[in-house]
Write a protein that binds this ligand. Structure first.
Ligand SMILES: Nc1ncnc2c1ncn2[C@@H]1O[C@H](COP(=O)(O)OP(=O)(O)OP(=O)(O)O)[C@@H](O)[C@H]1O
Length: 634
């Protein structure tokens, strides 16, 4: 075995060891029980063969019935073991699978949660690895089944090969040596299969994307209207055909390998049979010997084949588990959580505590400074920010404006530490936010993002996700909804705040006949997202990225007047294309070409007669021309 073969095998052994430890952590008694069962199943075959020989030889030697009672009784017990043990084994493996998969899934998602920013979740290589990691732990018991199958095979083979060797060392050698090429070939196929899984990852992800699109209610409007169905189906099946072709190539290789293995073993067993017939003819073997020999050759061959299949399956699972370990390794180590600081969670509390750190971010006193901030999403992307200098005074309401793609949303994502500046720094009262615990920093902020989430939860839960401590606090939820102007809408729903804002998970009509999921309009959803931000209105910094784009004129006006009262004395960052909505801000920043091109109050920027004045003039002119009386508006 050369280095290129030994390296992956050793690494698979290491990963396999960790996979066993994972199963042990999740279901230790079951793992031990399973191992004992496999040893028992492996040993019973050999014992049965020798007991059968004893019975046959005794009967041929005209022994009394009493002499064979015990061997026959033990044979019956062994028969029972052979029948029942596999059933128990199936149950135990399923139980190990359930427990270990639960632990592994929780650990995996806890690790994903610990990544500070979003960059990993936007990295296709990482996403492929994550998918393989998820796949690798859907049935961790599968690895044990394969690995313990090898142990069972070893126990059984040692017995049968030993028995065979007692009768004919030469035949034993032939049978064992005939299996070696199969072993090596199967390992090679295994490695290729693992590589194939990696290679087809992107195509599988695209296929999944098309499949989800074709069944998404949101996408259905455009798919029906533009008749996109056949086009998307064509792309989906195209991806499937490509992955199927890769699988087929490998299946053919495996078929060739396994056929060769079977032919080799049949040749070996035929040679053994010939020898045995000749030896029995010469009177060198008893009938009992013949029975043991036939059982041993058959068992050795099938045992070797099973071992090859089990070993390569275990090898394959261990290689796949490497992806799970890589994700866990890449995630920052979990920080200890003070027992009292544990937040309420939605949905039910995971068994592993979420990453958190002791409070270390002080309330904002002076302000947030962006110092020469440069940013691009990756080395392959263009610069979005090219040296932004900006000071956001504590307690002020500031507005960010600029053309589409100017980098406004990017800038606020940097403030939340969802990405790190490529160069420069963001200072929270003079401290670089990279030195602050991200969870604590985010705890000091509230936000409505442009692409806010519409969760398939109830209305109450949809607001409470902004502040989980308010989950059961109807007064706070209602207050937030009132501020966002959505209380009346929610109250009028069939189950008020407990109405599901989705039709995905409705279980059917309840006693009141009102268990219907309700779909909200775009503007209503936006108000729910606003309520989600308002429920944490006491936070130091509130970010509202296009909070009013879907709102009607009355609500938009309401939102901005209320925001001032609600946030008075607290820092707010407002992004909007409707300049009328931001004119009252204490400071307006205009982003252009990756830098702050203009800054000042509304009046100052108008006086400056730059971009802001031009854009404001355009919008104001639009309103004026539409005004029925022709009077000035603004
Ligand atoms: N996750 C991302 N990965 C790569 N590029 C991105 C990502 N998000 C945004 N961009 C790019 O960064 C640039 C700035 O985007 P950003 O969303 O910050 O602009 P914006 O000023 O908020 O625009 P808009 O007014 O249209 O909302 C755009 O060119 C966009 O394509």
């Amino acid at each position: 075995m050369g280095r290129p073969f030994a390296g992956p095998v050793l690494s698979a052994v290491r990963h396999g060891g960790r996979l066993v430890r994972l199963c042990g952590r999740a279901a230790m008694p079951q793992v031990w029980g399973y191992l004992l069962l496999e040893i028992l199943i492996g040993a019973q075959g050999v014992a049965a063969a020798w007991l059968t020989k004893a019975v046959i030889d005794a009967l041929i030697g005209r022994a009394r019935l009493a002499d064979v009672v015990w061997p026959v009784a033990i044979l019956s017990v062994l028969g029972l073991v052979r029948g029942v043990a596999p059933l128990i084994r199936r149950y135990v493996v399923a139980e190990i699978d359930r427990r270990a998969a639960l632990t592994a899934q929780d650990e995996l998602f806890a690790a994903v949660e610990r990544f500070v920013g979003l960059d990993r979740l936007e990295d296709p290589v990482f996403l492929d690895r994550l998918r393989l990691a998820q796949q690798s732990v859907t049935a961790p018991g599968g690895f044990l089944e394969a690995a313990f199958g090898v142990i069972r095979g070893v126990v059984s083979l040692v017995g049968f090969v030993g028995s065979l060797a007692l009768i004919s060392p030469a035949v034993t050698g032939i049978v064992v040596i005939a299996a070696v090429p199969g072993f090596v070939a199967e390992f090679r196929v295994s490695r290729r299969r693992h590589q194939m899984f990696m290679d087809i990852g992107p195509a599988q992800r695209r296929e999944m994307f098309y499949a989800n699109l074709l069944t998404s209610a949101q996408a259905a409007k455009e798919i029906r209207l533009f008749r996109l169905g056949p086009f998307l189906r064509g792309r989906m099946t195209g991806e499937r055909r490509a992955t199927d072709a890769a699988r087929r190539r490998l299946d053919r290789r495996e078929l060739t390998t396994q056929t060769t293995l079977v032919v080799l073993s049949i040749v070996a067993s035929s040679a053994g049979l010939l020898w045995m017939v000749a030896a029995a003819g010469r009177g060198q073997l008893t009938i009992g010997d013949v029975s043991v020999f036939i059982a041993a050759v058959a068992a050795t061959q099938s045992g070797l084949t099973d071992m090859i299949v089990s070993t390569t399956a275990a090898y394959q699972d261990a290689l796949m588990f490497e992806h799970y370990e890589a994700v866990l390794r890449a995630a920052p180590a979990p920080a200890p959580v003070p027992p009292t600081a544990r937040p309420a969670t939605l949905p039910p509390t995971p068994s592993t505590p979420p990453a958190s750190v002791p409070a270390a971010v002080p309330a904002l006193r002076d302000g947030i400074r962006l110092r020469e901030v440069w940013f691009r999403y990756s080395d392959d992307h263009d610069w979005v920010l090219r040296g932004v200098d900006m000071f956001i005074p504590a307690g002020a309401t500031i507005a960010l404006i600029g053309a589409n793609g100017a980098g406004k949303s990017t800038l606020v994502k940097l403030l939340c530490r969802l990405y790190e500046p490529t160069r420069g720094a963001i200072l929270w009262d003079g401290t670089d936010i990279r030195h602050l615990p991200p969870e604590e920093l985010r705890d000091r902020m509230g936000a409505v993002f442009q692409d806010f989430m519409a969760y398939d939860f109830s209305a109450a839960d949809n607001i409470a996700v902004g502040e989980l401590s308010a989950l059961d606090d109807e007064v706070r939820l209602r207050e937030a909804a009132e501020l966002a102007g959505v209380h009346d809408t929610i109250s009028a729903l069939p189950r008020g705040y407990r109405t599901l804002l989705t039709r995905m998970f409705v279980a059917g009509p309840g006693p009141a006949g009102s268990d219907v999921g309700v779909l909200l309009s775009g503007g209503q959803w936006q108000r729910v997202a606003l309520a989600r931000a308002y429920v944490r209105k006491d936070r130091d910094v509130m970010i509202l990225d296009e909070p009013s784009s879907g709102l009607d004129a009355d609500t938009e006006h309401d939102l901005h007047t209320r925001l001032k009262d609600v946030r008075s004395g607290r820092t707010s960052i407002l992004i909007s294309h409707r300049l009328g909505a931001v004119r009252d801000a204490d400071m307006i920043f205009v982003l252009r070409d990756g830098v702050v091109a203009e800054q000042g109050t509304h009046a100052r920027l108008l006086a400056l007669d730059g971009d802001y004045a031009r854009m404001f003039g355009l919008q104001a002119a639009g309103y004026q021309s539409e005004h029925p009386t022709g009077e000035r508006v603004g």
